[in-house]
Design a protein around this ligand. Structure first.
Ligand SMILES: Cc1ncc(C[n+]2csc(CCOP(=O)(O)OP(=O)(O)O)c2C)c(N)n1
Length: 518
């Protein structure tokens, strides 16, 4: 067995059986080995950012990592933005990066580059395979690093000769250490703070977006009178009718500060401390009010479920009696589409168990509120602010959950970073409905121009946010990638087209046209 075969067999043995890839010559033995290991599902992406974002979406839904196969430093670099988003989400991702054969590196051939520097910037672990006999061990260590706790991006570099040489040894499995137990003193201190009568707030994020921890947090908030807030861009929310929910911390710092005003005890439930997304002249970066004590319930590698259960028990909070979202569906106002109307149409039709990949930006902003009472579903957000994640995450989620409808709520400007994901959706026959929010602008940047104190901007500055010239034809783009498409300008059209898409297997795209700033 050569190193490439050992590597794929080892991944499978360690629970990694899906690989999103964009290979090159240095990865040919890995690719050739795919036919010998049918247990590994290989999914071709046309750009590395699609592969890495898909691995993120896959792991968020499957609860275990996918692999990526990337071509040396430039391939890894092309995938970096979505690896950054995965790192911020603490999603487990296993990168396999092909490298030149060991004896070839000295020649400084054209693709020679500093893979380590690129990998280090997003990876909690970077290993080089030096020998086919060590491939199994290296894979097991890399998968263990990705799994965590906490989850993270882990990278294994595979030189071409290690891949083609014989003597490959397969791993038997990856270590999976249990999360650390939170000590009793931390639970007692937080319980005392919540009982102190001083204004308190639970900020839930990360793993706490799942139904069970959210119900515990909601019950704790209800029984102590603490405020309950969720992080701005959650990794994965299990939400909808019958589930506990937390209003999200606003994106705009001044609104977030208002939500947190007066809080004396801020309890972080797998969330990071709240900070302003960007710096603004004369405004604070730290959003916790002055004099507020910040308590960390559980570190990222800690046992969150256990910590929440013990805190709830100590406070007498019963998760079964946590406030739950009522079942309700909105009725979209008729006529021309707006952000609110798009959210409402989605709220009318969102199927039970759907998965929403939300990179809706300004036009998508009403959708979370308008779908709050829809049947239970999952909601995945852009976690690291690096746009171009929505379509790849939708793709990866659909590969992980073949029996669930995925809806990509996708802003137009952001879509164009990784729009090739549509082709992979078509090739794999995935049930993904993309609602393409066409305001023909980088609207948020148009707004931020004034907020950062740069003034209203002259025509040349504003031209940098204008996507209307020439007009993008998303129907033609989608069809070019093999995805059927339609265009909606009114609520009625969007409702019809969305209903049709949801009832039709395979991917489709609806270009939802809304007025933009230009
Ligand atoms: C990788 C990356 N490049 C650039 C940006 C800067 N950026 C933030 S929002 C944005 C435009 C978003 O436009 P669109 O997706 O159309 O949403 P809209 O603001 O119009 O709602 C850009 C370019 C970013 N966040 N990430």
């Amino acid at each position: 067995m050569n190193g490439g075969q050992a590597l794929i067999r080892s991944l499978v043995a360690c629970g990694v059986d899906t690989c999103f890839m964009n290979p090159g010559t240095s990865e040919m033995h890995f690719v050739a080995a795919l036919d010998a290991v049918p247990e590994m599902r290989s999914v071709l992406a046309l750009f590395e950012g699609v592969a890495t974002g898909a691995a993120d979406g896959y792991a968020r839904m499957a609860g275990r990592p996918a692999a990526t196969l990337l071509h040396l430093g430039p391939g890894l670099g092309n995938g970096l933005a979505n690896l950054h988003n995965a790192r911020r989400a603490r999603t487990p991702v296993v990168n396999v990066v092909g490298d030149h054969a060991t004896f070839h590196k000295a020649y400084d051939a054209p693709l020679e580059s500093d893979i380590g520097s690129v990998a280090q910037s997003v990876s909690s672990s970077v290993r080089w395979c030096a020998d086919p006999a060590q491939v199994g061990r290296d894979v097991a260590e890399t998968v263990a690093a990705a799994n965590g706790p906490p989850g993270g991006v882990a990278t294994l570099v595979l030189p071409a000769d290690v891949s083609w040489n014989e003597g490959g040894v397969v791993a038997t499995g990856a270590r999976r250490p249990a999360p650390a137990r939170v000590d009793e003193a931390t639970i007692a201190t937080i319980a005392a703070a919540l009982r102190s009568g001083e204004p308190a707030c639970l900020l839930v994020g990360g793993r706490a977006g799942r139904a069970e921890p959210m119900a515990h947090a909601a019950a704790i908030a209800a029984c102590t009178g603490a405020r309950l807030l969720g992080e701005t861009f959650p990794v994965r929310l299990e939400r909808g009718a019958g589930r506990a929910a937390a209003p999200r911390l606003a994106y705009l710092a001044e609104m977030a500060s208002a939500q947190l005003a007066g809080v004396r005890h801020l309890v972080l439930v797998d969330a990071r401390a709240p900070v302003s997304f960007f710096a603004y002249p004369g405004k604070p970066s730290d959003l916790a009010p002055a004099g507020c004590r910040v308590h960390v319930l559980c570190p990222p590698d800690g046992d969150l479920g256990d910590a929440l259960a013990r805190l709830a028990e100590r406070l007498g909070a019963d998760p079964r009696s946590a406030p739950r979202a009522a079942a309700e569906r909105p009725v979209a106002p008729p006529g021309p589409l707006s952000a609110d109307a798009i959210g409402a149409v989605l709220g009318e039709l969102l199927p039970e168990h759907a998965i929403v990949s939300d990179e809706g930006a300004t036009v998508g902003a009403a959708a979370p509120g308008r779908t709050a009472g829809a049947p239970p579903h999952d909601w995945l957000c852009l976690t690291g602010g690096a746009i171009g994640q929505g379509l790849p995450v939708a793709l990866g989620a659909a590969v992980a959950c073949r029996d669930r409808r995925v809806i990509a709520l996708q802003a137009d400007g952001s879509s164009l970073y990784t729009v090739q994901a549509l082709w992979t959706m078509a090739r794999e026959g995935l049930d993904v409905t993309t609602i393409l929010l066409a305001n023909r602008a980088y609207a948020i940047l148009n707004m931020e121009l004034g907020r950062v104190g740069a003034g209203a901007g002259g025509p040349r500055a504003r031209d940098m946010f204008d996507l209307s010239r020439p007009e993008l034809d998303f129907g033609a783009i989608a069809r070019g990638f093999g995805v059927p498409a339609s265009r909606a300008r009114t609520s009625e059209e969007l409702r019809d087209q969305l209903a049709r898409s949801l009832a039709t297997p395979g991917p489709s795209l609806i270009e939802a046209v809304v007025p933009g700033p230009f």
